[in-house]
Design a protein around this ligand. Structure first.
Ligand code: HGY
Ligand code: MN
Ligand code: MN
Length: 401
């Protein structure tokens, strides 16, 4: 099959126009926003133009289906609150290009998916979590974003597109191309990464309730300041985790909400996100215990009432050998001596889809190793090389026993 680089890049740029923001090639297209829904409607039309049958499930996961049994390819088209133009979008548009090129060549059959809320406005990879059965729709519907909006209400914005459930039985496997989002390929100068494993994740909200009070009249020793509790918790946690983590382990407090968030009020309440990731499930569990114990100790030292939200999580997942071998064969042709195998420190829809079928992933470099920022970018030559590797892999799979 012949992929068409100009058609692929033009579609990638058009997708960026939905929610284009900030400097460079930034995007603001969170799940279920107007920009997200408009992008999904445009994508659905591009799928129809490619001869694919469009199906959308209740979550807003958008499928373009080839006839008969097919290989599923894709990723997500929602973005972080401040995101780049390639995170997810590359996987969706490259899948569309390979599906088109395969159809023009008379096969093999390739279907395309854009999952919903991969970026976790409401949880962790929510759309593919529901499609794969990791979460029920009812469980997902009660998840809330940081402003308190429930997913069940937010997803009404895609209701007009919904056609019904999409059976996974028609797919022979799932392949996702993604930007690396880290420094490895950029630093080594290599063009392609074939993924070996995806790390596991845990994510929960923690709340400290103290006493809201006057910032001028309340003596320091009488305060029950929720921000001071978060600050002490963070410092203590960094110390205590040191004994269990590896250089690859990561943990992040990325969202903090103080109430009432005013200069002259001792904050009475702090709600914050606590997220940690590692390739080893036991280590994730040991970290959880340390996080809970530390929050509990700091909370009682500082006169806080402590509460934990539900813990969301995904287990570490290894890529399928057969699909991975096909990607490696493609990498050897397109980027000879210029590719490597590597783990993924970012989460991807492939983790959820692995509950249903074989999965594999491919990376291209991220310039400067940055992502989840407007500055995210990748050289055009590397983007096109990624699509060419996919095309080779699809052909290779046809010829494998
Ligand atoms: O956070 C992640 O790893 C992914 O980009 N959602
Ligand atoms: Mn992504
Ligand atoms: Mn992302």
């Amino acid at each position: 099959m012949q992929i068409n680089p100009e058609r692929f890049l033009a579609d990638l740029h058009t997708l960026r126009s939905f929610g284009a923001a900030g400097v460079g090639k930034g995007v603001v297209r969170p799940a279920y926003s107007d920009a997200d829904v408009a992008a999904r409607q445009w994508l659905a039309q591009r799928m129809r133009d490619a001869g694919l049958q469009v199906q959308v499930d209740a979550m807003g996961n958008l499928f373009g289906l080839a006839d008969g049994r097919s290989l599923l390819m894709g990723s997500h088209s929602d973005s972080q609150p401040e995101g780049g133009w390639l995170d997810g979008a590359l996987g969706v548009i490259s899948a569309l290009e390979v599906a088109r090129a395969a159809a023009e060549a008379g096969g093999p059959a390739v279907s395309v998916v854009s999952f919903q809320d991969e970026e976790g406005r409401f949880g962790v990879t929510t759309g593919s979590a529901v499609w794969s059965g990791h979460l029920t729709l009812a469980q997902a519907d009660v998840l809330t974003d940081h402003t308190g909006i429930a997913l069940g209400d937010a997803r009404q914005s895609v209701a007009v597109m919904v056609t019904g459930d999409v059976s996974p039985d028609q797919f022979t496997g799932f392949v996702e191309l993604h930007i690396e989002q880290g420094p490895t390929l950029d630093e080594s100068g290599e063009q392609i990464g074939v993924v070996t494993d995806i790390v596991g994740i845990r994510d929960m909200k923690i709340t400290f309730d103290g006493q809201q009070n006057h910032a001028g009249t309340t003596p320091m020793h009488l305060r029950r300041d929720a921000f001071q509790a978060v600050s002490a918790f963070n410092a203590a946690l960094n110390n205590r985790l040191r004994n269990v983590v590896t250089p690859q382990t990561v943990w992040t407090i990325g969202h903090v909400s103080l109430h009432p968030n005013a200069s002259s009020i001792v904050p009475g309440r702090a709600v914050f996100s606590m997220q940690w990731r590692d390739a080893d499930t036991d280590r994730l569990a040991r970290m959880e215990q340390i996080i809970r114990d530390t929050a509990s100790e700091i909370g009682s030292d500082q006169g806080m009432t402590l509460s934990f939200g539900p813990m969301l999580g995904l287990e570490p997942v290894a890529m399928n050998e057969r699909l991975r071998t096909a990607l490696e064969a493609g990498a050897s042709v397109i980027a000879p001596e210029n590719w490597r195998t590597m783990p993924s420190g970012a989460l991807h829809d492939a983790t959820n889809v692995s509950r249903l079928m074989s999965v594999a992933m491919l990376f291209v470099p991220s310039i400067g190793g940055v992502s989840h920022t407007f500055e995210e970018d990748t050289a055009e030559g590397d983007l096109v090389a990624g699509v060419r590797v996919l095309a080779h892999a699809v052909n290779h799979l046809e010829s494998m026993p």
